[in-house]
Design a protein around this ligand. Structure first.
Ligand SMILES: [Cu+2]
Length: 383
């Protein structure tokens, strides 16, 4: 019998204290009696999240200039960011996952300034192997949405994807209609956690899968981290890592967003653009990192000498082959030393860095066309 089984109440109290400190949704059960499928045997806790898919007017370039070159936008950037007759510009209506303090959805979860670089990513969901995750999910977007997780274990009513799966049952949670709320239950089982070549945590994603392609281009994507059993802090983060950084590389194809018509009506003005016009189509390909182009996101800051774990994710289609490259410092990925990572659509990887070079450094996709289109950011190492 595990210690967690012997002292479930104490462990829950520790979790609640930690959860409050990081502004997670309140609430916890010991897992000792509520989850016959596994958490009880492992001594895990149940971690509660309240997440809503909300319409958000999102600006890919809020600074209105090229923060990588330090110069105003020119002809090259204006292909994508210029607003004007028949062009949407840099601001689009999107649908984003946003965290709330509880399932009444009355108060948005606070995102600390140090995490502002997360941009359009949903809240990071965490578990330690043995834990259960319960997500109360609300959809306020004008199309059906869901939450489909990778890596964790779930029953059919928590898969978040409608398809002919042979069960003859369509669950509300497969495609949550506008205005509806459902609860997903996911379990972090052994095969959800790190494998032999991983560090102390495994990186997964969650995304909407009601209409997978359109939903993700609308913005419904987030990270899910599963830390090895016994290696997690009370908030679920790995004890042997000082700082975790999350980055999504994706060409947001706003032409395939279910909100395209709304964006044209709201932002493009007259003349109404021709959807078959190649220049208009290109203008809506936002080569973004966490929803920012040309370095327009907050610069993520890490400290010299600390143990930094970068979690990277790619999304999109066949043009989304990305090679994130760190200037100034190197990383190890699955034990291999490098300073360039390889991402394809729905790739997920963890890269460990021990930064020794103080300064502001580029962090960009190394694909030539993507550099030109703005898939660049910076990170800062402080001494
Ligand atoms: Cu790229």
């Amino acid at each position: 019998m595990s210690i967690g089984r012997l002292f479930p109440v104490r462990r829950c109290a520790v979790f609640v204290a930690a959860a409050l400190s990081v502004a997670l949704s309140a609430g916890c059960t010991s897992g000792g009696h509520t989850d016959p499928a596994g958490a009880a045997r492992s001594g895990g806790v149940t971690r509660h999240y309240s997440i809503s898919a909300d319409p958000v007017a999102w600006d890919y370039a809020p600074h209105g200039r090229n923060d990588i070159s330090g110069r105003p936008f020119g002809d090259r950037e204006n292909v994508f960011v210029k607003h004007g007759p028949g062009r949407i510009g840099s601001t689009y209506e999107k649908c984003l996952y946003r965290g709330y303090t509880d399932e009444s959805f009355g108060t948005r979860q606070h995102r600390p300034a140090a995490d502002a670089y997360l941009g359009d990513l949903g809240p990071t969901i965490r578990a330690e192997v043995g834990d259960t995750v319960k997500v109360v999910f609300r959809n306020t977007c004008p199309f059906p949405a869901s939450m489909h997780p990778h890596g964790v274990a779930y029953q059919k009513d928590s898969e978040g994807a409608p398809y002919a799966d042979g069960t003859g049952i369509t669950h509300l949670a497969d495609a949550v209609p506008t205005g509806k709320t459902v609860t997903y239950t996911w379990r972090a089982v052994d095969r959800s956690g790190p494998g032999p070549m991983d560090g102390s945590s495994a990186v997964w994603m969650y995304h909407s899968h009601a209409d997978e392609v359109g939903d993700v281009y609308a913005g419904l994507t987030g990270f899910l981290i599963v830390t090895a059993r016994g290696k997690a802090r009370p908030d679920g983060s790995p004890k042997d890592v000082d700082r975790e950084v999350f980055s999504l590389f994706e060409i947001d194809n706003e032409n395939s967003s279910p909100l395209l018509a709304a964006n044209i009506a709201r932002y493009a003005g007259r003349p109404v653009p021709d959807l078959a016009d190649a220049d208009f189509v290109e203008s809506n390909l936002m080569h973004s990192i966490n929803g920012y182009v040309y370095g327009n996101g907050p610069v993520v800051q890490v400290k010299k000498g600390e143990r930094v774990r970068w979690y990277l994710m790619g999304m999109g289609t066949e043009v989304d082959l990305h090679t994130p490259h760190w200037h100034g410092n190197t990383v190890t990925i699955n034990g291999m030393r490098t300073d360039v990572a390889n991402l394809l659509p729905a790739s997920m990887l963890a890269a460990d860095m021990r930064p020794d070079a103080v300064g502001t450094w580029l962090f960009h996709c190394h694909v030539g066309d993507h550099i030109a289109a703005g898939m660049q950011a910076r990170y800062q190492v402080v001494g």
